[in-house]
Design a protein around this ligand. Structure first.
Ligand SMILES: Cc1cc2nc3c(=O)[nH]c(=O)nc-3n(C[C@H](O)[C@H](O)[C@H](O)COP(=O)(O)OP(=O)(O)OC[C@H]3O[C@@H](n4cnc5c(N)ncnc54)[C@H](O)[C@@H]3O)c2cc1C
Length: 333
């Protein structure tokens, strides 16, 4: 049984597809002959997003429309169910591991009466069947799984599991955008479902690139000694045009916000250069950064586990190494 058609749930924000949506489309293109996407938003946002999705391989885009302040979970899951009933099930549905993606996946699983495989970090094709990979035990082991039941297979995939690459056919044909009606999802005044709304959006302030999109990430850990020294991490990141990150230890200690956390329960990053300063290298941290192209570790303990995956290891005190590094970079610029 070959994989013919994959549907990707493509999230966007303010008329821009999320990078994870483009990563999923790229993978879907490698696995199936036909790649379609389902998205939602205002008409102008949807038009902009549709052309981006087409550039990454979606030939048909289903638009659920403007959801206003509603959370997408209920309407998007209902629209996909209707789509599956109308045009038959795709072989697989790929959904990003985001708050909304997980909400959609859970509801879709119930609506279609199909299981969901979550925390997917890889998908391959074996004898025509899709095999998913899941990082377990803090990323130290990879488990493989496959669906044996009827289509569609629903996979919830972690960001940065695949690289996003534009399709060679990008821009050749205008995407076909099809409006999908959201079936009646029941009364909104019963408190049972579909009652949650977005009341406000808060955009985190930042001066440099986004942590999970930066080509250079400089992360600090408990080895910094105190919250005030995180400023060295920020200064170094700025000089390298990168983003500052953190281990969970210093997020939990309240030194930096959760948005900075790299790792199993934080962000997954794959920059060209990742600098870990005063970070021991717990598996839960490494699972979020070990895909980085070049890893530089600064730690005073030569036996620290982070050195096992570092391309360049500096055994030294962050309080001495970081100021020297900053000084050297300033001298060069
Ligand atoms: C379910 C679960 C999920 C988790 N998720 C995450 C996650 O997403 N991300 C994450 O990061 N962690 C996560 N953790 C926590 C993880 O297990 C570690 O506790 C954490 O990563 C440790 O952070 P750290 O390396 O900063 O601190 P530590 O482990 O305390 O390491 C500090 C390091 O600094 C070095 N050091 C000390 N002083 C200096 C100095 N002056 N100069 C240089 N080096 C120095 C020490 O040698 C040590 O290696 C998770 C844990 C669990 C159980």
């Amino acid at each position: 049984m070959a994989t013919d058609r994959i549907l990707v749930v493509a999230e966007s924000y303010a008329g821009k597809a999320l990078p994870v949506s483009l990563e999923l489309l790229t993978k879907a293109r490698q696995l199936a002959g036909t790649v379609e996407a389902v998205t939602w938003g205002t008409p102008s946002d949807t038009a902009a997003v549709a052309s981006q999705l087409a550039g990454f391989g979606a030939t048909k885009i289903y638009s659920v429309g403007d959801l206003g302040a509603a959370l997408p979970g209920v309407p998007v899951a209902a629209a996909i169910e209707a789509l599956v009933q109308q045009s038959g099930p795709p072989d697989a549905i790929l959904i990003p591991t985001t708050y909304d993606g997980r909400d959609i996946a859970g509801r879709l699983s119930v609506r279609l009466d199909r299981s969901v495989l979550t925390n997917v970090v890889g998908i391959t094709s074996h004898d025509g069947a899709l095999v998913s990979e899941h990082a377990i035990f803090g990323g130290s082991e990879v488990l493989k799984a496959r669906f044996t039941g009827a289509a569609p297979a629903i996979f919830v995939v972690r960001a940065k599991s695949f690289a996003a690459e534009e399709s060679a056919d990008a821009g050749r044909a205008a995407p076909e955008v099809v409006t999908v009606d959201v079936p009646d999802t029941g009364p909104t005044n019963t408190g049972a479902t579909n009652t949650a709304t977005v009341t406000a959006r808060h955009v985190e302030e930042r001066t440099g690139p986004k942590l999970d999109e930066a080509t250079v990430v400089v992360s600090g850990g408990r080895g910094l000694g105190e919250a005030g020294r995180y400023q060295l991490i920020e200064e170094l990141a700025k000089l390298l045009h990168g983003a500052p990150g953190a281990s969970r230890a210093i997020v939990d200690a309240g030194w930096v916000p959760y948005a900075y956390q790299v790792g199993q329960t934080g962000k997954t990053v794959k920059p060209t250069v990742y600098i870990a300063a005063g970070i021991s290298g717990a598996t839960q941290h490494m699972v979020g950064m070990k895909g980085s192209k070049n890893i530089v570790a600064i730690n005073k303990d030569a036996e620290a586990p982070i050195f096992a995956i570092a391309d360049l290891g500096i055994v030294g005190d962050v309080q001495k190494v970081l100021p020297k590094l900053i000084e050297a970079l300033k001298a060069r610029s």
